[in-house]
Design a protein around this ligand. Structure first.
Ligand SMILES: NC(=O)C1=CN([C@@H]2O[C@H](COP(=O)(O)OP(=O)(O)OC[C@H]3O[C@@H](n4cnc5c(N)ncnc54)[C@H](OP(=O)(O)O)[C@@H]3O)[C@@H](O)[C@H]2O)C=CC1
Ligand SMILES: CC(=O)N[C@@H](CCC(=O)OP(=O)(O)O)C(=O)O
Length: 345
């Protein structure tokens, strides 16, 4: 089977290249770039020297250089939707890594992304690409909307508890820390060394564009409207997200019940590692892998339930998850080509 990548020289695009050149069933047919057109891919990403003997081409989505089974759009949101529309018109399967097809409602997208949505009919067709929760729908769809990196880290620990009514979804306070690659390759203020090094800062309190995406999926699981307080923080590391989720501990909810709930949902899921109550997640333990590690603590003294999760934003938070979605869409084993173990230190 064959795949192509639009936006291949960005951080998520390059991770897609790295994963796909090692995939046993999928061959990379083209890697698109405007800025590096006609340049060998390994000249842009020297980690792939001798491994990715491909030349970047500027691809017109209406006239693809080769017939492919699937296209990844690793482009900025607002830009991506225009390419996705053209690909979908030709019936080509797409995994879109941008935010353009994640929200169910056009008005919510336009409010939070401050731009018109050009294909509201595709919002209805797109499947939210969280494979642990939408595997059956993903097997049938031709358009997967890959989740945001923060949402992946927050939804995976919270969804089982809301689905089983173990927690109410009220008074949810979420603090996430992210590495700088979450902002893309730049250049931008986020990846200026002197502004990031030896520095930690909060941003987007109550206004971050991932808030409606997270609330949308939590509300579906809870069967009622969920509102949360979400605060991301930028920390001086290349990759990784750690999310700490705090809420009131319901009467009678024990750590054992939490464990049973998580095991029921995730024991057979290849990329979820349940750490329980003894080990706390750390970003380095998932670096370079498609794992999401989850821990929980019922703190009776404070009366709070605390969940902690970690992912690599460029793998489980984007390109690894995108390949997991591709596998489902192409009828391949979900975990194929994604067995990279975390790198330590
Ligand atoms: N970084 C992360 O951790 C995550 C990112 N995402 C999402 O994935 C998508 C890609 O992110 P990321 O790889 O980090 O972004 P980057 O900024 O690193 O790369 C995006 C690439 O898209 C191409 N591009 C930029 N502008 C345009 C344009 N106007 N028209 C066509 N192509 C353009 C560029 O390549 P060229 O100039 O060579 O064509 C660029 O390298 C984004 O939508 C992002 O929000 C999702 C989850 C996590
Ligand atoms: C550090 C940093 O800036 N991170 C990005 C997260 C990007 C991401 O993964 O999300 P999208 O796919 O929705 O762009 C941010 O906070 O907007």
């Amino acid at each position: 089977m064959k795949a192509g990548i639009l936006g291949s020289t960005g951080y998520t695009g390059a991770e897609l290249v790295r994963i796909l050149i090692q995939h046993p069933e999928v061959e990379l047919a083209f890697v698109d770039s405007r800025s590096y057109e006609h340049q060998p891919f390994e000249a842009v990403y020297s980690n792939l020297k001798g491994q990715a003997e491909m030349t970047a081409v500027s691809v017109d989505p209406e006239n693809l250089p080769e017939k492919v089974d699937i296209v990844f759009c690793a482009l900025p949101h607002r830009i991506s939707q225009h390419k996705v529309i053209l690909l979908q018109r030709q019936g080509i399967r797409v995994v879109d890594l941008s935010a353009d097809f994640r929200l169910d409602q056009q008005s919510v997208y336009e409010q939070w992304y401050n731009t018109p949505h050009e294909a509201p009919e595709l919002l209805e067709k797109a499947v939210y690409g969280l494979p642990e929760w939408y595997a059956e729908e993903l097997k049938e769809t031709r358009l997967a909307a890959n989740p945001g990196c923060f949402p992946t880290s927050i939804l995976l620990p919270l969804l089982p508890l809301l689905k089983e009514n173990l927690v109410t979804g009220e008074h949810l306070v979420i603090d996430s820390k992210t590495g700088v690659s979450g902002a893309g390759r730049g250049p931008s203020a986020v990846n200026v060394f002197s502004q990031v090094n030896e520095n930690v800062r909060a941003y987007g309190i109550g206004t971050h564009r991932h808030t409606p995406e997270i609330e949308q999926e939590l509300s579906k699981a809870a069967g009622k409207s969920v509102t949360l307080q979400f605060t991301p923080h930028l920390v001086p590391m290349d990759r990784g997200i750690l999310s700490t989720i705090v809420m009131p501990l319901p009467e009678g909810l024990t750590e054992r019940k939490l464990q049973d709930c998580y095991q029921a949902y995730y024991d057979h899921k290849p990329f979820i590692r349940l750490l329980g109550t003894d080990t706390l997640p750390e970003t380095k333990a998932v670096r370079g892998s498609n794992f999401c590690d989850i821990a929980w603590k019922a703190d009776r003294r404070s009366g709070n339930l605390i969940l902690v999760s970690v992912i690599d934003n460029l793998i489980k938070g984007s390109s690894g998850e995108a390949v997991q979605n591709m596998n489902l869409m192409l009828g391949l084993p979900e975990e194929m080509g994604l067995h990279h173990l975390p790198i330590w230190p």
